[in-house]
Write a protein that binds this ligand. Structure first.
Ligand SMILES: C[S@@+](CC[C@H](N)C(=O)[O-])C[C@H]1O[C@@H](n2cnc3c(N)ncnc32)[C@H](O)[C@@H]1O
Length: 275
């Protein structure tokens, strides 16, 4: 095992990457500006390493050291060990998993880089809940989506809760953040995707009907909308079709992650193998 530095003072500056993890405003300010993100739990830390993110430091409950012994031995990044009380004082919460790691962000992908090789896209407009975005990305990865485009106002896919809820899939999926909106949707249409705007609107067509009418070679992009207002008029207007998951009478809508999962499943069932 590489050197492990025990730290007993929560104010030790070497733990700076992990300070105030529950202070959303602080982390939103500090993380992108510093170029870091934090992963929590052994499987997610391993996924971040596998995805090629450079490790900045590990912070572990000493009891968890054996779990990551191979990583500690192989990395040149520092490993810090601290008691659960110190971990809680630094981060602001009880770190049940006892495993935290800070990673350096890598340069963001362009929209073109994501569109080029993709066959099945998720496009998220205005998703501000990191829990919802994480759940969307977890399902998307499991159900065959191979690219993600976020509108400019979507939350950060590398925010700790999003990484955790996505089970690390937000680190593995190719994700681009659009700059021009909703013009990027037109770019996606021009790249040859059938752009399906997912909406609970009763006037929209049932998604299975629309999928049945698509060319089996079609590249498909699903656009999902914000938790409150749903898709903007611009996004609905730019789409090739508006589609809905039929619901029982009187129900307003599904949670966006549930709607996205159903739609991804139906696309996978309609076209089992991407072209
Ligand atoms: C909570 S809903 C927004 C509800 C909003 N009142 C509306 O009319 O769109 C958030 C997102 O989930 C997706 N969604 C929810 N229920 C859906 C359904 N039954 N069919 C298709 N998409 C749905 C849509 O993408 C929607 O923008």
């Amino acid at each position: 095992m590489g050197a492990v530095v025990e730290i007993g003072d929560p104010a030790d500056p070497r733990l700076g990457d992990f300070v105030g993890l529950t202070d959303v405003a602080r982390r939103r300010r500090v993380e992108p500006a510093t170029g870091l993100f934090v992963a929590e739990g052994e499987p997610v830390v391993r996924r971040a390493l596998a995805a090629g993110y450079p490790l900045r430091s590990l912070l572990l409950d000493p009891k968890r050291l054996p779990l990551l012994a191979d990583v500690v031995a192989a990395t040149e990044a520092p490993t810090y060990a601290a008691t659960p009380a110190v971990l809680a004082a630094v981060t602001g919460f009880n770190v049940h998993r006892g495993v935290l790691a800070s990673f350096a962000r890598t340069p963001p992908l362009s929209v073109d880089a994501v569109l080029g090789p993709a066959h099945r896209l998720i496009v998220a407009e205005g998703i501000t809940s990191t829990t919802n975005l994480g759940a969307i990305l977890r399902s998307a990865a499991a159900l065959g989506i191979d690219g993600v485009v976020l509108s400019p106002d979507c939350c950060d896919p590398l925010y700790r809760r999003c990484v955790r809820v996505s089970m690390g899939e937000s680190l593995r999926l190719p994700i681009a953040r659009a700059v021009e909106w909703p013009a990027t949707l037109t770019t996606i249409v021009e790249a040859g995707f059938a752009v399906l705007a997912l909406t609970p609107d009763p006037d929209a067509a049932p998604i299975e009907e629309v999928l049945a009418g698509l060319d089996t070679e079609a590249r498909v992009a699903l656009v999902v909308g914000s938790e409150g207002e749903g898709l903007s008029a611009g996004a609905r207007g730019a789409a090739s079709a508006r589609v809905r998951v039929p619901m029982a009478d009187g129900v307003d809508s599904l949670n966006v992650a549930a709607a996205a999962a159903i739609a991804c499943y139906l696309i996978g069932r309609a076209y089992p193998q991407p072209p």
